[in-house]
Design a protein around this ligand. Structure first.
Ligand SMILES: [Mg+2]
Length: 348
């Protein structure tokens, strides 16, 4: 649906593995003082001095995690980096380096990998991180990308999932559910396209949702914002699988309960319109839709005044004693137990 039919195709076998790595990595510059040795030796060398190091890794498989019918390779490269940086941000750490490993089948020409690496380069510039290594190999079928992200933090600044207290407030950055509805729009257009390849999709009414799906951003800005507001979260997680499942992770690990308020959920007006069009309940999408890559965290109730006026942050609930359970309080004031459905559960 987004393929350029006239593109040049250079076979990967023409370059060989080392030629390919040289070609794909030639634009990576070292920006971080902690990177002592980047690509070019058997291993990279990092020096974080008195900081702690956080590491997170992620594997993306074509046909399972992404669909190249509507995911341009440049966006895929960008997103593959961002989802890893989001995990570093969720530890309240600053991302500094990544490694990138890919396996590709021979159906991908060099030009396709150049696009993928353009997206990776763009993200590494946007987030000021170094690409310090990786691996390239062939796959029997499809594209596989594995990225490992490294970050740094003072030990006292790191935030875990298990620190929420029963009187804390639950806060989320940004808005919820848009990435999921963006995916629904793209899936629908793909089906229209398969029936009639001449049908050019008109996506003007869906730009925000599609951008949230195809080009998400990691909230690395929230660490700096909270530092400025002099607020340290008591627990934190990023929203990859969906709000409800992330709330349950925090509650289980912190041994607390939670009341989440439907009327407080931050959703974009475009999400409400498109949910009406698709006849889906926007609260269900906000709670269970995944891939928002926003940060969900708890703060001490004394810190409420410091964050209440900030447009980036919304208080959506409060923690309780563990024995009270985990509930959604609806607009009609009914109490519904929250289930960890994740975004896959919506695909029915
Ligand atoms: Mg995570």
């Amino acid at each position: 649906m987004l393929e350029d039919k006239n593109q040049q195709r250079t076979s990967l076998s023409q370059l060989g593995e080392f030629g390919l790595i040289d070609h794909l990595t030639k634009n990576f510059e070292v920006k971080q003082p902690s990177t002592l040795k980047s690509i070019g030796d058997d291993a990279a060398v990092l020096d974080f001095k008195d900081k702690k190091v956080v590491i997170s890794t992620d594997l993306l498989i074509e046909g399972v995690h992404f669909d190249l019918a509507y995911m341009p390779l440049r966006h895929l490269g960008y997103k593959a980096v961002v989802v890893n940086l989001s995990d570093i941000a969720a530890m309240n750490a600053k991302p500094t380096q990544i490694t990138v490993s890919i396996a590709v089948s021979n159906r991908f020409p060099l030009e396709a990998l150049e696009e993928l690496f353009d997206g990776i380069t763009l993200a590494s510039k946007a987030y000021n991180i170094d690409v310090i290594g990786g691996d390239t190999t062939s796959s029997q079928k499809g594209l596989i990308i594995s990225i490992t992200a490294v970050g740094e933090a003072n030990e006292s600044d790191i935030v875990y999932r298990n620190g929420a207290k029963q009187t804390d407030l639950l806060v989320v950055s940004g808005d919820l559910g848009s990435a999921y509805m963006g995916l629904q729009v793209l899936e629908r257009e793909k089906q229209v396209f398969q029936v009639n390849p001449n049908n050019q999709p008109d996506l003007d009414n869906y730009t925000y949702l599609i951008e949230r799906q195809l080009k998400p951003e990691a909230r690395t800005d929230i660490r700096e914002l909270l530092e400025k507001l002099e607020v340290k979260p008591t627990s934190m997680i990023d929203i990859s699988d969906g709000l409800s499942s992330e709330i349950i992770h925090i509650c289980k690990q912190s041994k607390v309960g939670c009341n989440l308020f439907e009327e407080k959920l931050p959703v974009d007006p475009q999400l409400i319109n498109v949910c009406e069009e698709f006849n889906i309940d926007s609260t269900t999408v906000a709670i269970n839709g995944g891939e928002d890559y926003e940060l969900l965290f708890t703060i001490a109730i004394e810190d409420y005044d410091k964050i209440k006026a900030n447009p980036n942050l919304t208080v959506i609930g409060h923690m309780t004693q563990e024995s009270e359970g985990i509930h959604l309080i609806t607009r009609a004031n009914t109490k519904i137990p929250l289930k960890a459905r994740g975004w896959n559960a919506l695909e029915e």
